[in-house]
Ligand binder design. Structure first.
Ligand SMILES: Cc1ncc(CN)c(N)n1
Length: 235
């Protein structure tokens, strides 16, 4: 008699499958497609990029909370590699663009956070600080994973990798290095979820859904140049 091996769906596959239309809304967002087809207005990209630099600064701190919550040295190493990758590799892309736009690093670093940037990053930090290591990973996962998928999809569009302005962005998010760091988070999520059940998994799904929705709001912010209304702008 042959034993039939049941193929178990990975928790991370379940995460995406259960919210597929929302997940894919990020990929087809006009801002994202504008990067891939080279049609996005430069002003919109610049607004997004400044906010993204501020976003990444806070996002890095979420990984630092994860390191504090972890006990396993391999996991601590993976998270600290992500911290290094964010500060030294991903943010250097933004610094390169800043130079092209004629902005100083200080103009990037000390720009004011838009409402969406605050809402998204403080949501992640709150879930991370009040939760477990699994909550930390569920919070950061859509950021890494959706950019990876988007980077790979945009790289297939003829000319996207060679575009004079957006080509470097597409190269970064479709790179081997970014693929590894995103895959590390997917694997870590599955590893941590394998010891959990019921309401604990539901909470992870809820965090994953919320940060996926925040990803969409972030694209919206870029596309519509959203910021604080003029009347309440801080000088
Ligand atoms: C808002 C956002 N989400 C995700 C990524 C990819 N780390 C990013 N740079 N910015």
């Amino acid at each position: 008699m042959t034993t039939k091996v049941e193929k178990q769906t990975k928790f991370t596959d379940q995460l995406v499958e259960e919210i597929l239309p929302i997940w894919r809304a990020n990929h087809s967002h006009p801002f994202v497609q504008g990067i891939g087809h080279g049609t996005l207005a430069e002003e919109k990209f610049r607004h997004y990029l400044v906010q993204d630099y501020l976003y990444l600064k806070q996002y890095t701190k979420v990984f630092a909370v994860g390191i504090q919550k972890a006990n396993d040295l391999d996991i601590m190493t993976t998270l600290s590699e992500s911290v290094h990758g964010l500060l030294s590799v991903e943010m250097s892309l933004h610094r390169k663009y800043a130079e092209r736009f004629g902005l100083t690093e200080d103009e990037f670093t000390y720009a004011k956070e838009a409402p969406t940037t605050i809402a998204y990053t403080r949501y992640m930090l709150s879930e991370a600080q009040n939760g477990t290591l699994a909550h930390v990973v569920a919070a950061v996962l859509p950021c890494a994973w959706s950019y990876l998928e988007i980077g790979k999809e945009l790289a297939q569009i003829p000319g996207a990798l060679d575009h004079p302005l957006y080509g470097d962005w597409v190269k970064m998010y479709s790179s081997e290095e970014f693929t590894k760091s995103a895959q590390d988070m997917i694997d870590l999520m599955d590893q941590l979820a394998s010891n959990l059940a019921g309401e604990e998994l539901d909470h992870l799904k809820e965090i994953f859904l919320q940060t996926t929705r925040f990803e969409y709001l972030f694209w919206e912010m870029g596309n519509e140049l959203k910021d604080w209304p003029e009347a309440i702008q801080a000088k």
